[in-house]
Design a protein around this ligand. Sequence first.
Ligand code: NDP
Length: 315
Amino acid sequence: MTDTASEKVQCLIIGSGPAGYTAAIYAARANLKPVLYQGIQPGGQLTITTEVENYPGYPEGKTGPEIMMDFEAQAKRMGADIRYGIATKVDFSGHPHKVWIDDEKLIEANAVIISTGASAKWLGIESEERLNGFGVSACAVCDGFFFRGREVAIVGAGDTAAEEALYLSKLCTNVHMIVRRNEMRASKIMQDRVFNSPNIKVHFDSVTEEILGEKNVTGVRIKNVKTNETEEIPVGGFFVAIGHQPNSEIFKDYLEMDETGYIITTPGTSKTNVEGVFAAGDVQDKTYRQAVTAAGSGCMAALDAERYLGAKGLH
Ligand code: NDP
């Protein structure tokens, strides 16, 4: 890691979902000259969804990628400096705050807004990694189309898994839902819909032993944890819907987090335990996790940053 290329900025925003872009819009309008690094997935999680019907202002609905292009265009029009790059290391021990981009470029920022979002969780088995993109997916609405007319499996038992199983049931011949306990976590209404779908079969008390296939998914071997019996189900697609984890790893030496890695902010604000470091969006919200709530918290972070910089005489 080299520190040769360093740059000083007033307000650095890390992440480009609804929270990051909204923070950029507000920070730019407040003349904080924000620099935003987009991260691994420019546009964030909405870019891997299709139709979004519940974002206010789009009465006819719009696709996730289109909405995020609108966010980006608006942030750019306000003057935000939007860049490709991934924050790989931070040092929040002094002032200004230090953030390294792509392991080489050092940014020194008076205020940092973290809006790195959350990512899908994976089972962590070898066959899942090997066949990722070859029949294994964490997004039914993105990839379900490829498996229309075929049989698929989905692991998970929360609202996301139920929602995705229902989505897949409209495209696929049969959907096998693999549930590790003897009950589902999903809300009652979603469970009822799953149980009332004739082509969704729920396998309770079941864990995924292996996803089968050499080049592409051809099946899945599941084990009933009560009887220890295994079963091989021929499927062409295997979907993982077991929740999300916040993208907060690089901040863990400096910021207070809960036991699952969500950054803790002072209630009613975006302030973290480090002065001048603010958090917005899914990286600090495990309750609502909506684009509109993320956008709202991005606005809060920009206003908190502006007030902080003003109070410190830095703006
Ligand atoms: P959740 O954390 O609610 O559920 C994750 C599910 O995955 C649980 O059923 C869990 O099992 C299971 N799971 C976790 N790890 C494993 C593993 N290693 N192997 C097998 N199964 C595993 O996540 P969701 O993404 O479903 O939902 C997140 C939040 O978003 C919730 O609050 C939900 O209500 C909300 N949401 C609401 C929607 C709606 O209202 N339409 C749609 C989507 C999400 P176990 O139950 O045994 O822990």
